[in-house]
Design a protein around this ligand. Structure first.
Ligand code: HEM
Length: 405
């Protein structure tokens, strides 16, 4: 058995900058055992290995059971949460995964995303109009947090004015799912939020008849009516997952991305010189400081990896944040370079579970960048050291004070 890592990985220094730790791990070896995550997990550090695991059916996406292992005593209370969430696309294996993903794909088609673009522009304008550019402002609270949830509301075909509660529920889910050692308090809060969310979506389901035929709630309701989704719980699990999968991640892309750009003024200038560089910039920002730092898989068939026996049921954490800085895959990986030819990073995963919302996310981030460049070209960070959230999986800033002029 490989010796477990000695010192805890996740401390304040790691949360503010995990990259030196990833580098040290990568240089020591491709695979490590850590008892810090969910009572014990394998950590995989290199791009090639992580991409291979994401594409390998010997690893299962069903991993929600592990969340509750340390909370065995409370299991009775938490099973409703676990039972519902385990049916979300993100945690399904073939053939169920293909069935559910196939149903949802229509709402993420390029035409469907293009149709949302003018509405995304409007949301960005409304949020930016509300900011007083004469004063420092928190770009997370005023833009990065509210924008993605309003876009998801659009995508689903629900009322964006109710987004405050949706954001709170989604934050509770992220705090629990992203915790390496979930506490009972986090778990119970997440359970309460998931139940509130499903009640909310259940009510909307019956109102979604007027929404656009491409709206995801409509697509899912129709799938349920013709029996392609098995029951209401299966449908609601997808809605809860979409909110969580799309909200935290995009908020963090906007926050991490703006912070990276503005602390590298030559990169911001490079974008100002030609705003058509925005889409390449978004790709590079996703690589440079990934909103999803790791995902997980369970070993479905015992196997050997880098000479190490992995037993059936073992949890493997795929350190996407490390893969995206792997020098074997990316030249000058520690350098932010928005002109980098397509860096092919793993920020959106790979294989069967690759992010469904990737095209939508790129549009959102590109719209935000273009609006900010046009409005406030001299924007800068107005805070010495911004604080990062205590969430090693979903890396993001708690707040980021900016000065527009
Ligand atoms: C910066 C933004 C985003 C990032 C970094 C991101 C990242 C990811 C990653 C890494 C995965 C794969 C996880 C795995 O294989 O374990 C994933 C899956 C997924 N994402 Fe995203 N995501 C983002 C935005 C969105 C948005 C806006 C939506 C939808 C509104 C979305 C919906 C999904 C869904 C439904 C899946 C599951 C796909 C499947 O299991 O087949 N994501 N995302």
């Amino acid at each position: 058995m490989m010796a477990p890592l000695e010192r805890p990985l996740v401390d304040a220094a790691f949360l503010s900058d995990p990259y030196p730790t990833y580098r040290a791990l990568r240089e020591t070896g491709p695979l490590h055992w850590s008892e810090e995550f969910f009572g014990g997990a394998w950590l995989l550090t290199r791009h090639a290995d992580i991409e291979a695991v994401l594409r390998d059916p010997r690893y299962s996406a069903q991993r929600t059971g592990g969340w509750l292992n340390d909370l065995e005593a409370e299991r009775g209370e938490l099973t409703r949460f676990q039972r519902l969430f385990s049916r979300a696309l993100l945690f399904l294996d073939a053939p169920e995964h293909g069935r559910v993903r196939g149903l949802m794909q229509a709402a993420f088609r390029p035409e469907a995303v293009a149709r949302l673009r003018p509405r995304i522009e409007q949301i960005a304008d409304t949020l930016l109009d509300a900011i007083d550019p004469a004063e420092p402002f928190d770009v997370i609270a005023q833009l990065a947090r509210p924008l993605p949830v309003r876009v998801i509301a659009l995508l689903l075909g629900i009322d964006p004015s109710e987004s405050a509660e949706l954001m709170r529920w989604s934050d509770d889910l992220a705090a629990f799912i992203g915790a390496p050692q979930p506490t009972q308090t986090l778990a119970l809060r997440a359970q309460a939020s998931v139940l509130a969310l499903t009640d909310y979506f259940q009510q909307h389901l019956h109102r979604s008849h007027d929404a656009h035929p491409d709206a995801l709630m409509t697509v899912l309701r129709q799938a349920r009516e013709r029996g392609a989704l098995k029951d209401d719980a299966e449908l609601l699990a997808q809605c809860a997952m979409l909110l969580f999968a799309g909200h935290e991640t995009t908020r963090n892309l906007l926050g991490n991305g703006l912070y990276a750009l503005l602390t590298h003024p030559e990169q911001w200038q490079c974008l100002l010189d030609d705003p058509d560089r925005a889409s390449g910039a978004v790709r590079e920002l996703l690589r440079y400081d990934s909103p999803v730092q790791y995902s997980g898989r369970r070993v479905a068939t015992a196997l050997t990896l880098h000479g190490q026996h992995l037993a059936r049921g073992d949890l493997v954490l795929l350190l996407i944040g490390s893969a995206n800085r792997d020098p074997a895959r990316h030249a000058r990986p520690e350098q932010l370079d928005i002109l980098r030819p397509d860096p092919g990073a793993l920020a959106f995963g790979s294989g069967a579970h690759a992010c469904l919302g990737a095209a939508l996310t790129r549009v959102e981030a590109e719209v935000v960048l273009r609006h900010l460049l046009a409005r406030w070209p001299r924007m800068r960070v107005a805070q010495a050291t911004p604080r990062w959230m205590a969430n090693p999986a979903y890396r993001g800033l708690q707040s980021l004070m900016l000065q527009a002029h």
